[in-house]
Write a protein that binds this ligand. Structure first.
Ligand code: MG
Ligand code: ZN
Length: 375
């Protein structure tokens, strides 16, 4: 081969290599996934957050459920980078604020940015657009994840201030624990149950009626407390998250002709991880998967609802170990804290293609904002 021929070959090889690199670049969501503005718009968004739910928890749950997973029902899958503004390993407050408001902030922050300034949330923006809104959690409703969708406080520990912010946004329905932070406050002697009732809410709780009897006539906003403090784990008998999901979705669907936004949290997957208790993690995962199935079933009937499922971060460094068998896994943990692994995002329904790819956790806010045309 002459020097001219080998030069040509080299150029050709470089061209091929160059186009490989080029096609790798093209797998960014700008090239392959149509821009959000070109996608069909959903009327409703159901956002499901599994606290502490990464791929390890999803995998463990699947192998403990005959190799079956509700996540197999999704066609649009991406990953988010879960780090916060001050730590590669986020906490749930910064993680939820990133998803709710689109800003990277410090661990502990609820609805405020890294400069401690309030930032608007998806739920508040949906309210401004006269959509119906809801929050459902298997923790107290003032806990970091639900809190970051409605409250603006500098520290997640200030749960009584988070409760106060439920008076500032006319959220249509909320279901979760933490009644004491509304009814038996330590920082002041206000009765937030009475104040919410004055504002037109129908407030009830686990003592007065089982959630299956909750009346969801749409004339009034609803608050339902599932516990005075934190609700029990599934393994200790908590069973309200699935009926709460169905009640809240049916209520919101009737509540406004302009569509709805709801965030539903499987809160205690995280607590199982902190406890390094595999059975705790798996039982919470199995319940959360049924919650996801209920949301997908509604969306399949409605055909106008975008369902998004993700976690805020992984908890425990959960790993399925050698020696595991189907429906009998052995699990090890690397930490009692959270980890920094990327977190999967699953989407189904109108506009779901926008959730493919790898992006920051804050992009979930941007994508939902665009899908619902919020501002
Ligand atoms: Mg949480
Ligand atoms: Zn945690």
């Amino acid at each position: 081969m002459g020097s001219r021929a080998s030069w040509m070959l080299l150029v050709a090889v470089m061209f091929v290599l160059g186009s490989c690199t080029g096609s790798r670049t093209a797998v960014s969501n700008t090239a392959v996934v149509p821009p959000v503005s070109d996608l069909v718009k959903p009327k409703n968004v159901i956002l499901l957050i599994g606290d502490g739910m990464g791929l390890p928890q999803i995998t463990g749950s699947m192998y403990m459920e005959d190799n079956k997973s509700v996540f197999e029902r999704f066609n649009n899958i991406g990953f988010h980078k879960s780090n916060s503004s001050d730590n590669l390993v986020t906490d749930s407050a910064a993680g939820a604020t990133a998803i709710a408001s689109g800003v990277k902030t410090y661990n502990g922050a609820i609805g405020v940015n890294a400069r401690k300034e309030s930032v608007p949330t998806l739920l508040e923006m949906a309210e401004k657009k006269n959509m119906a809104t809801g929050l459902v959690a298997s923790s107290s409703i003032t806990h970091a994840t639900p809190g970051a969708f409605i409250a603006h406080v500098q520290s997640r520990d200030d749960v009584e201030s988070i409760a106060l912010d439920f008076l500032k946004t006319p959220i249509d329905i909320f279901i979760g624990g933490g009644m004491d932070f509304f009814a038996r406050r330590k920082s002041d002697d206000r009765d937030l149950i009475a104040e919410l009732t004055t504002k037109g809410y129908r407030i009830t709780d686990f003592v007065n009626q089982d959630i299956s009897n909750l009346d969801i006539t749409t004339t009034k906003n609803i608050g339902y407390f599932t516990a005075n403090g934190e609700p029990l784990p599934v393994s200790a008998g908590r069973d309200y998250l699935i009926p709460a999901t169905n009640k809240a979705i049916d209520f919101l669907n009737e509540r406004s002709p302009n569509g709805f936004f709801i965030m539903i949290e499987g809160s205690q997957i995280d607590w199982g991880g902190h406890a390094n208790d595999a059975n705790y993690v798996i039982s919470e995962m199995h319940e959360f998967e049924k919650v996801i199935a209920a949301a997908l079933d509604f969306a399949a009937r409605d055909k106008n609802t975008l369902v998004i499922v993700t976690g805020d971060h992984e908890t425990g460094g959960f790993a399925v170990q050698p020696g595991s068998k189907l429906n009998d896994i052995k699990v090890a943990f690397t930490t009692k804290s959270h980890t920094a692994i990327m977190i999967p995002v699953f989407a189904q329904g109108p506009g779901a293609e926008a959730f493919r790819g790898i992006y920051e956790n804050t992009a979930i806010f941007d994508k939902i904002k665009a899908a619902l045309e919020l501002n």
